[in-house]
Write a protein that binds this ligand. Structure first.
Ligand SMILES: C[S@@+](CC[C@H](N)C(=O)[O-])C[C@H]1O[C@@H](n2cnc3c(N)ncnc32)[C@H](O)[C@@H]1O
Length: 241
């Protein structure tokens, strides 16, 4: 039977109710990081962050990665900044305490990165401001109504721009991922969640609909290989308001 992909699925991922130990979690997160690395997820976000920094030159940036898990994306951003001589403080937040233990251990050589166990939705307005907010493979976990609240929260936290990198809900992506996961993924959880994630992912029309609820922001929504949407939001300049 063909996968139902017309509407966003409301299923929960195994990771949403994860009760495994930290060793199992490490294996699942390293599978997810492999997907981001091989299928271009890291490159897409870094390129967008670079674009925002070029458009808003500053001596120092604060970058917040929401749902940072094992910190793999922050590591890639830190390396980009080091290579370019860009001074940046990087903060990762995640609900999952075990993921943050793994992140802190893996990134001990990156003093510019710090982690906080935190639900992004409960962050107060002045508790954690940043220039750029990034989030990868996180927004699809939320239902449409939760997403409206989440996106509003993102706009409160980031002064310069928001970079959302998430999945395209596509039949081709779904069946290609099945093949990819057999070759490249080691954990059953990442294989199953990967397919649920695509069913919970987005079509461009979904993202355009969400973007219309934030008319004070300027939106760029682009499809990127492999089956990602890159959504960059910036506060409208006085000329474009
Ligand atoms: C699929 S993982 C993506 C991890 C990482 N960004 C990546 O691309 O490899 C989603 C992460 O979002 C975190 N998360 C979900 N809801 C959250 C919330 N309300 N606040 C902070 N983190 C959240 C989860 O704990 C999980 O680590």
């Amino acid at each position: 039977m063909l996968a139902k992909l017309v509407n966003r699925s409301g299923e929960r991922e195994l990771m949403d109710d994860f009760h495994g130990n930290i060793v199992t979690l490490e294996a699942v997160l390293s599978d997810i990081s492999r997907v981001n690395k091989i299928l271009g997820g890291n490159r897409i976000t870094i390129h967008a962050v670079a674009q925002l920094m070029a458009a808003h030159p500053k001596e120092h940036y604060t970058i917040l990665d929401v749902g940072c898990a094992d910190g793999a994306m922050l590591k890639a951003i830190a390396e980009y900044c080091r290579n370019k001589g860009i001074v940046a403080d990087l903060i990762g937040i995640d609900l999952n305490a075990d993921a943050l233990i793994l992140a802190t251990k893996a990134l001990a050589d990156y003093p510019e990165i710090r982690f906080m166990q935190q639900d992004v939705l409960t962050l107060g307005e002045f508790q954690l401001d940043c220039d750029i907010l990034t989030t990868t493979l996180m927004t699809h976990h939320f239902t449409d109504s939760q997403l409206t609240v989440l996106l509003r929260q993102f706009t409160r936290l980031a002064s310069m721009g928001i970079v959302i990198n998430d999945l395209h809900r596509s039949r081709l992506a779904y069946y290609l991922f099945k093949i990819f996961s057999l070759v490249f993924l080691t954990t059953r959880t990442a294989r199953i969640d990967g397919l649920i994630s695509i069913r919970k992912g987005f079509k461009k029309k979904d993202l355009l609909q969400f973007s219309r609820r934030l008319p004070e922001m300027q939106h760029s929504i682009q499809w990127k290989w492999a089956f990602r949407y890159l959504w960059i939001m910036q506060t409208k300049s006085p000329q474009t308001l």
